[in-house]
Ligand binder design. Structure first.
Ligand code: BEZ
Ligand code: FE
Length: 284
């Protein structure tokens, strides 16, 4: 339900925007103005508080560069990104996850069976065996599967000078049975970046900044809806308190410890016919 018009100024703004030719832009902006005005009046927002909020947004912009995206982080920490995830949260094959601020577009194409450690990366070894299926559970060949993860010390390569460019990132293509497989290391949980204004907000709210350990997947094939997923490490200490509200039951994986100390993850992803899209990469 839309908020009511409480002030003549609200109505004036709506009237001023009424000729917007793009209908979706008009719909979104009308609702945004109604919601913002309603919010400001309900909370009795003061001028100094508005200044703080506007300065916060400026700081978000200033903290963003080609290696870090504070705006995506803000959306994530406020739960907005997770709120907008489609899919079935309880179903392993269908569950959807947020993209996060660390996806890079040009991760290295890697043969199935390859290792995504591109520089020495100490930690428990991990084997991942994936399969992509369609609506009739038929295997889908030729799906591009983008994978990215944090290291066993909880850092993405773009945050860590010790890691090679594109370490722990790879792009695989499913074979005729819809399968892809690769070697890596077990990811660790990590704190989201807290050096910027979003970090200040997290601190003011007395929240911890951690995400439970996970792998990221982005599945892309023309003619199919893109699936963005994560698979969380079962038993992680932050599984019930992810800072970005991204864990659903369907996203928890079974990382099985083998006799040789290695871990193994098997996972099936379902994709549906529709329009493929590639998100705008949050960083270069
Ligand atoms: C990530 O999983 O990469 C992530 C998601 C949200 C905020 C920070 C990191
Ligand atoms: Fe992550």
């Amino acid at each position: 339900m839309k908020p009511a018009v409480h002030s003549p100024i609200t109505q004036d703004v709506l009237d001023a925007m009424a000729r917007t030719s793009n209908p979706r832009l008009r719909e979104i902006m009308e609702d945004l103005v109604l919601s913002l005005h309603d919010f400001a009046l309900r909370t009795k927002l003061s001028r100094p508080e508005l200044d703080i909020a506007l300065n916060f947004l400026n700081e978000v912009g200033r903290a963003t560069n080609e290696r870090h995206n504070e705006a995506v982080l803000l959306s994530d920490v406020l739960g907005l990104s997770s709120l907008l995830c489609d899919g079935d949260p309880d179903h392993a094959e269908e569950a959807e996850a947020l993209l996060g601020p660390f996806w890079r577009l040009h991760s290295p194409r890697t043969e199935n069976g390859g290792n995504i450690c591109r520089s020495e990366t100490l930690g428990p070894k991990l084997e991942v065996l994936g399969q992509v299926i369609g609506e009739e559970r038929q295997p889908i060949a030729g799906v591009e599967v983008d994978v990215w993860q944090a290291s066993p010390i909880g850092l993405y390569e773009n945050q860590d000078e010790q890691q090679a460019d594109m370490n722990l990132r790879g792009k695989f293509t499913t074979d005729d049975e819809g399968r892809f497989w690769f070697s890596s290391v077990l990811p660790a949980g990590y704190p989201v970046p807290t050096h910027g204004p979003v970090g200040g907000l997290i601190k003011a709210q007395q929240r911890h900044p951690f995400r439970p350990a996970h792998l990221h997947f982005l599945l892309w094939k023309p003619g199919y809806e893109t699936r963005v997923s994560q698979v969380f490490v079962n038993g992680d200490q932050y599984i019930d308190s992810d800072i970005v509200f991204g864990v659903t039951p369907g996203l928890i994986g079974n990382y099985e410890r083998q006799g040789n100390g290695r871990y193994r993850l098997e996972r099936t992803f379902a994709i549906h016919q529709g329009e493929a899209y590639l998100p705008k990469p949050p960083i270069d």
